[in-house]
Design a protein around this ligand. Structure first.
Ligand code: KG4
Ligand code: ZN
Length: 341
């Protein structure tokens, strides 16, 4: 029988957010996120600056996570950290910190796959905003973020099957790149979401590449928006400003429709009605609204995590760590970060 009181310190540093969280079994006691503002002026994440900011922030972020959880270091059962995928220099900061702290406290060290952690955020108590239930196995999860776009079939806490993924850009990357073309600040996903609320999603029919099976492609959509804008701006230099809401709404409509079409196909083929959303782009209000409508049509039960568990956070790392802890799946001190699996 497993210890009834498992306290995990989760550490996440895969991209530009330094985060630490403390969990007690499947409850999150604290979840601290320090977002790095330094990248804004460059219009994207600068890896070297991200790594340096993680170094500057990590001690304080971990201290704050322990303090707000009201937990002492010696109460921790294990330390879980993001091993990858992500930016290598960033991952190395969290990895070295977690290794040193686990070694000093003489407690187990647990490596976590960042994408699997996005999925396991659904098992955090109170995470789901749709209802009180947690998904049952097997379920499908559409994971959409700045770095990944996948449909996964989740067979158990430990068995993740990728059944579709992007062949080029990630969905969030497409949002961010289109935002940049429109002169909007980085990261642009949430800004497009806001502007699109007052736009016509059917005004501009942007094209999206057709790809096989349950895979996605967003690079062609991005280029389609770019060429369209260039053509229109040559005729009217104020075109973007005059049509910003409609451009955002039309792009967003095309991207979201493509995501949901593939999800419907996958759900039918797998005969699965429990459908979850994960990753930063799942914060998108149009995606959520369209998913709810699709769920009604297909009799799906859907799972959407709270905002703070959608974007990068250490609570999901602690949760993934908790299930690995229950399974006795620990890492050794010679483990290293990996940018790609
Ligand atoms: O999961 P996440 O925080 O980090 C990665 O692992 O990539 O996702 C960040 C991505 C960015 O591309 C950001 O623009 C996008 O999520 N995002 C959104 C929204 N909020 C964040 N995209 C569309 N609509 C939103 N409301
Ligand atoms: Zn992520």
């Amino acid at each position: 029988m497993v210890n009834q009181d498992v306290y995990i310190l989760g550490i996440e540093s895969s991209c530009d957010d330094t985060s630490a969280a403390v969990s007690h079994n499947s409850t999150i006691l604290s979840n601290i996120v320090a977002s790095q503002e330094v990248h804004r002026k460059y219009g994207g994440v600068v890896p070297e600056l991200a790594s340096r900011s993680h170094q500057a922030n990590i001690v304080q972020v971990v201290q704050l996570a322990l303090q707000s959880a009201n937990i002492q270091k010696n109460q921790l059962s294990a330390i879980a950290f993001t091993r990858g995928p992500g930016l290598l220099g960033s991952l190395m900061v969290g990895t070295s910190f977690a290794k040193s702290m686990a070694f000093a406290l003489n407690i187990p060290l647990i490596d976590v796959n960042h994408i699997q952690a996005h999925v396991l955020a659904h098992f955090i108590d109170g995470s789901n905003i749709e209802h009180n239930e947690k998904p049952t196995f097997p379920f499908l999860c559409l994971t959409v973020s700045g770095g990944h776009t996948q449909i996964m079939k989740i067979n158990s806490f430990y068995d993740f099957e990728i059944i579709g993924s992007t062949i080029d850009d990630a969905a969030g990357e497409a949002f961010d790149k289109v935002a940049k073309m429109l002169g909007l600040p980085y990261p642009g996903g949430a800004v497009i979401d806001q502007l699109a609320k007052e736009g016509d999603p059917k005004r501009f029919p942007f094209s999206i590449a057709k790809v096989n099976d349950y895979n996605f492609s967003f690079s062609g959509l991005k280029t389609s928006v770019l060429y369209f804008i260039q053509k229109e701006v040559a005729k009217n230099e104020h075109f973007i400003a005059e049509n910003l809401h409609d451009i955002c709404a039309s792009f967003q409509h095309t991207a979201v429709t493509s995501l949901l079409q593939k999800l419907v196909l996958a759900a039918k083929a797998e005969n699965i009605q429990h459908i979850a959303l994960a990753g930063g782009v799942s914060a998108n209000s149009y995606l959520r609204e369209q998913l709810r409508q699709t769920a009604q049509q297909h009799n799906w039960t859907i799972f959407i995590p709270k905002m703070e568990y959608c974007t990068d956070n250490a609570a999901m790392i602690a949760m993934a760590g908790y299930y690995k802890y229950l399974n006795g799946d620990f890492a050794s001190q010679d483990i290293a970060a990996v940018a790609r699996f």
